[in-house]
Design a binder for this molecule. Structure first.
Ligand SMILES: C[S@@+](CC[C@H](N)C(=O)[O-])C[C@H]1O[C@@H](n2cnc3c(N)ncnc32)[C@H](O)[C@@H]1O
Length: 298
């Protein structure tokens, strides 16, 4: 059976919001563990000190249905540090993601968060409007990531900070490598076919150069390589598979679905140790700041 192999970058996301909503609550605890690295890079306490009592505004780009926007909003509600207060603008280009995000924020009682549908390559905010910009696994999905980095830089106040969480190389993310091979073999699709270059910012040197070219100073990169520990009987790849390829999986036959799961299990089996999948992943947090404007008196 022929399954859509010509889906475009954004159009695939339009079909995936039900899958993101379906898995969001279950994946939230694991998401929070890795979000910490992104939030730390923003150094919100330092921004709060510089703001001298003014409420901070953090813009989260490509928020999907809430990560890391919810965690940042909770921090800015003073949950961990009473000195932190402010508001999060969560944004995504896909209306279905924004609707899901809004509903989850309401259900979670998160009051200091608003949702704005926005293309991160053309942000509907003025220059210097926000104190910080966060983006978790989003910028590589833009048609033009450099334009998005430039927009992030433009909307930041002088002294503001931006942090982007991006995937490392495919070879360091065996789950994605398995998905690409298995989906190509069974359905003739995959990241490439859907126009997704998930490793677009995987090279730390190039990522640094791109942030500097966008006008960021003090660019810093940290690399993280967590390894999961999941019982070998669990088909742990299902959430990622559905959130990235749910739209093509829905067009597949039951036989094809079975082949995909069996091939994923075979591909990842070499990572089993002590009865558990120990599959490594690799991501970077790339951060930078906007220079402070110095006033020189004549
Ligand atoms: C991998 S998801 C990440 C979602 C969320 N940040 C998370 O980590 O759970 C990528 C998100 O980028 C959004 N996206 C893709 N291109 C975009 C663009 N040009 N502007 C804004 N959002 C975009 C998609 O709609 C999708 O929700």
């Amino acid at each position: 059976m022929h399954v859509n192999t010509t889906c475009e970058k954004i159009s695939s996301w339009h079909h995936l919001s039900p899958d993101w909503l379906n898995w969001a609550d279950q994946l939230a605890p694991a998401a929070q563990k890795i979000n910490r690295h992104l939030i730390d890079a923003l150094d919100l306490p330092a921004l709060a000190r510089a703001a001298d009592g003014r409420a901070l505004v953090v813009l989260d780009l490509a928020s999907g249905v809430g990560e890391p926007a919810f965690g940042i909003a909770r921090m800015l509600a003073g949950e961990e540090d009473a000195a932190l207060h402010g508001h999060v603008i969560a944004s995504d280009i896909v209306p279905g993601m924004c609707a899901g995000l809004r509903a989850r924020a309401q259900a979670g009682g998160i009051g200091n968060l608003s949702v704005v549908a926005a293309d991160m390559e053309k942000l509907p905010f003025g220059a210097g409007a926000v104190d910080a910009v966060s983006c978790r696994f989003g910028v590589m999905f833009c048609a033009d990531p450099d334009r998005a980095l430039g927009e992030a830089r433009r909307v930041l106040r002088p002294g503001g900070r931006a942090a982007f969480m991006v995937w490392g190389a495919m070879a360091d993310n065996p789950l994605f490598g398995a998905m690409e091979d298995v989906l190509d073999r069974v359905l003739g699709t995959g990241f490439d076919a859907c126009g997704h270059d998930i490793c677009a910012l995987a090279d730390p040197g190039l990522a640094r150069a791109r942030l500097e070219r966008a006008g960021f100073a003090g660019v810093d990169i940290t690399t993280h390589r967590p390894v999961g520990r999941i019982p070998e009987t669990a088909a742990f790849w299902v959430p990622q598979l559905e959130m990235l390829f749910g739209h093509v999986m829905r067009s597949a036959t039951p036989g094809q679905i079975e082949s995909i799961h069996s091939a994923m299990s075979d591909r990842l089996r070499p990572h089993i140790a002590d009865g558990h999948f120990r599959v490594p992943m690799c991501f970077h947090v790339v951060s930078g700041k906007t220079p402070l404007i110095k006033f020189i008196s004549a």
